[in-house]
Write a protein of this length. Structure first.
Length: 236
């Protein structure tokens, strides 16, 4: 069985989902499907920490793999990305992003899918919605995520310029909830997961607050409708 680049572990009542595709934890189709499946089949009462290996959280879509896919495979990957983000956002228990390093493009979107975001304070870590520069526009699901999570002016600036920002900017713009040193990132994420999960009404309030986004993503995932995917469906 091929390696999907996902590592699972349990600690202190928390499930950790770790992206492990060196060097930058880029997302190919098997990894995207594995992340989705993990969230769909996990114990829905247990909080999940999503993190990466090494100096990157995720650099987003594996552009080399994407470029090598057939048209039908590219369309499948685009639709799979929407199913993945739908599974993450719809997970009932707390989802914490332990952002250990660079989060670019689809990696930035993964961070935004989380309910709580603990980000490394490493000054070398880079963050941005760089799809325009990478040459891979937004699938329908990620487009809904960023529209819900990023204010309109900031969204325009980040997406159209592919601007790279630092962790301090994520905090000042409300896109990160906590900064932590690299050696404290994991413990901070576990504490956040436990704190959120200890609230008896968390799941209900999550549905109240993120329910509209959940419904939109589920509808997109179920329909498979995506103008970007349609561009590749009939190509070679």
């Amino acid at each position: 069985m091929p390696d999907t680049g996902i590592r699972l572990s349990q600690m202190e009542g928390v499930t950790q989902v770790r992206l492990d595709r060196p060097p930058v934890n880029a997302l190919d189709l098997p990894t995207i499907n594995a992340v989705r499946s993990t969230f769909e089949t996990a114990d829905s009462s247990a909080p999940i920490i999503l993190t990466g290996t090494g100096k990157a959280f995720s650099a987003g879509v594996d552009t080399r793999a994407f470029g090598a896919y057939s048209g039908a495979e590219k369309a499948d990957m685009i639709r799979a990305i929407t199913r993945m983000v739908s599974a993450i956002v719809s997970y009932p228990a707390p989802v914490i992003a332990a952002v250990n390093g660079h989060a670019l493009g689809g990696g930035f979107v993964l961070m935004l899918c989380a309910d709580f975001r603990v980000v490394t304070d490493d000054i070398d870590a880079k963050f941005g919605l760089t799809e325009a520069r990478a040459g891979v526009p937004f699938p329908a699901g990620p487009l809904e995520v960023i529209r819900h999570e990023v204010s309109s002016g900031l969204l325009r600036r980040l997406t159209l310029s592919s601007e790279i920002v630092r962790a301090s900017a994520l905090m000042s713009e409300g896109l990160a909830d906590q900064l932590a040193s690299p050696d404290q990132l994991q413990s901070s994420a576990i504490q956040a997961a436990q704190d959120l999960a200890s609230q008896p009404a968390f799941a209900v309030v999550k549905r109240q607050i993120r329910g509209n986004l959940q419904k939109q993503l589920k509808a997109l995932a179920a329909s498979g409708k995506d103008p970007l995917a349609d561009q590749f469906s009939t190509s070679g």
